[in-house]
Design a protein around this ligand. Sequence first.
Ligand code: ADP
Ligand code: MG
Length: 269
Amino acid sequence: MNPHPPDTESAQPPKIECSNVTVSFSDHQSVLRDLSFVVEPGRIVSLLGPSGCGKSTLLRCLAGLQSLQNGSIFIGGQSPTMARPKMSYVFQDAGLLPWRNILDNVGLPLELEGTPTSIRRERSESSLHSVGLAHEHFRKYPSQLSGGMKMRASIARALVKDPLLMLMDEPFAALDDMLRSRLNELLLGLHRRRTRTIVFVTHNIAEAVFLSHHVAMLINGKIVREVDVPFAQPRTSELRSDPAFVQLCGEIARSFAELAETTDQMEVV
Ligand code: ADP
Ligand code: MG
């Protein structure tokens, strides 16, 4: 029996509860090993770890796209599959359809649900405005936009159904540092205006610390350490040069180096 009653107020951002999650691919050693963690409602939590440690696999589990060998996941008291209408997914690749203009790309999730054209247009425009894309770009095609604009459009598409949970898999990893910083600030601004639960995957320590209330460090399919990030909101770009921020990033880097000594994987930037 499900010990977690579903959220009574469905418009609240969900809590995520993972218990003893284990995932293996065939007879490969387990990719996720007895992993337990909780994300409180409305929090931004980063899954931080080196390439290949299982971050994307864990995110796919949260989205109900990957079955578990053992353990359980509840999202607002529901199974991930049942909770899927509440969530949206953002990948590193903006994944826009090249033959559709930006407005029609952003409106696609609504179109698939049969939302009437006028409502779809209004919500898509509002979503594009919220990510800072100017009206002049709405009728352009993806090939006519820069990488940063494409990512803004991808986030707008993820927001168009007003999800309560966002799963983001290294969305800014392909962007240059300045653009990445600007989009980090955009994401925090969006979260201030509308509180959602966000699980953000990254291998960049400064990005994880800047964005998150809480950081879960992964190595080799296990959460090896969890860190509460103490900095108050709103966080602005000045935080990046604050000695306390720099110190926390350094401490996490050292912690990875120590904890990874027992594994054969490293390369956290
Ligand atoms: P990360 O996102 O942290 O880079 P992944 O979750 O993508 O890591 O992958 C973790 C490990 O699981 C890697 O060793 C990867 O090769 C393996 N893996 C991921 N998906 C599959 C799959 N569908 N079949 C077999 N192995 C996989
Ligand atoms: Mg990955």
